[in-house]
Design a protein around this ligand. Structure first.
Ligand SMILES: Cc1ncc(C[n+]2csc(CCOP(=O)(O)OP(=O)(O)O)c2C)c(N)n1
Ligand SMILES: [Mg+2]
Length: 297
């Protein structure tokens, strides 16, 4: 059956705060999956722990909710078990760039064919507002009451440096133009053959009083509108360093596709997958696990 916005609806009560940026991500995901004309059996969604991690509750589709920080290992496992599936991971700046950070450069350099959407609100929302790896320097919260002394991680630069074949940033808020742009970018990310990082500028109205809707609305600009072509890695890295640097020549925050490159995905290069086919399609009747199981009794 084909995915459609009405069929994706669930009867779960929504626990996100009024005005949460996650609503924008949810609607962009719904629209993109519908536009891509996927069938329900073609797509698996994997989500970690955080406010963003409630997204499977609001999407009536095959989903796997995993422990904190482990979206990528599970998503990779699903993809390798059955490369025919489209796998989409949802993570947060805490989930994906703190506890789960070790997985990111390795998934990137493997170039596993999956889409990794990070709801980046610069704060640990679910645990009531601690400083995260993308909170800006000086950020005050209950975990850094005197202001954070650390520089934030730059996920776009990190992904480019790790050899990512698709790197993008979206802002699915602040009006129709940004929403349509987000759908367009997410569509390309999902269609990309290889690892695609989509960092989402997501506002946390309750806890992050720095990166507000006003903050982003005043700074974001679409890379495409400047004639930017996402095919030069050095240029992409340079663009990745722009972050509303007031007083400097580049004082905006770019959104859109920073870099893309066609390369074989990990799973294309594994002879066992080519010869025997995906593990999910191999017969299991003759496999005896009783001996192994006995060792764990
Ligand atoms: C192993 C483990 N450590 C810590 C936690 C507590 N915890 C739950 S969510 C979270 C951070 C969530 O932040 P983020 O990923 O940015 O998601 P958000 O809530 O902002 O959407 C933490 C530290 C946990 N659930 N499991
Ligand atoms: Mg967060």
């Amino acid at each position: 059956m084909k995915i459609s916005i009405p069929l994706l609806k669930t009867d779960q009560p929504n626990y996100w705060c009024p005005g949460c940026g996650d609503f924008g991500v949810l609607s962009v995901v719904k629209q993109t999956l519908t536009e891509l004309e996927f069938h329900f059996e073609d797509v698996v969604l994997v989500a970690g722990i955080g406010c963003f991690g409630k997204i499977p509750n609001y999407l009536n589709m095959n989903s796997f909710k995993v422990i904190h920080g482990r979206v990528l290992p599970i998503a990779i496992g699903i993809k390798l078990a059955n490369p025919k599936l489209t796998v989409i991971g949802h993570s947060g700046d805490g989930d994906g760039y703190a506890i789960g950070m070790g997985h990111l450069p390795h998934a990137i350099r493997k170039n596993i064919d999956l889409t990794f959407i990070v709801h980046d609100n610069g704060v640990y929302g679910l645990t009531t507002g601690q400083t995260s790896p993308t909170s800006m320097k000086g950020y005050r919260s209950k975990s850094t009451p005197l202001g954070s002394a650390e520089e934030p991680i730059n996920p776009i630069a990190l992904a480019i440096a790790s050899g990512a074949t698709f790197v993008a940033r979206i802002y699915p808020s602040g009006g129709r133009k940004n929403v349509e742009h987000s759908v367009k970018v997410l569509r390309q990310a999902i269609q990309h053959h290889g690892f695609a990082l989509v960092d989402v500028l997501q506002v946390c109205k309750t806890f992050n009083k720095v990166n507000t809707y006003d903050y982003y609305n005043q700074r974001i600009y679409q890379l495409e509108e400047t004639g930017y072509e996402p095919n030069d890695r050095v240029m992409a890295f340079q663009k990745a360093l722009e972050w509303g640097n007031e007083g400097l020549p580049d004082n905006g925050i770019p959104i859109g596709v920073f870099y893309r490159e066609e390369k074989p995905a990990f799973e294309d290069q594994i002879p066992q997958l080519k010869e025997a086919g995906p593990p999910a399609h191999q017969p299991i009747d003759s496999i005896q696990i009783s001996k192994v199981a006995a060792r764990f009794r």
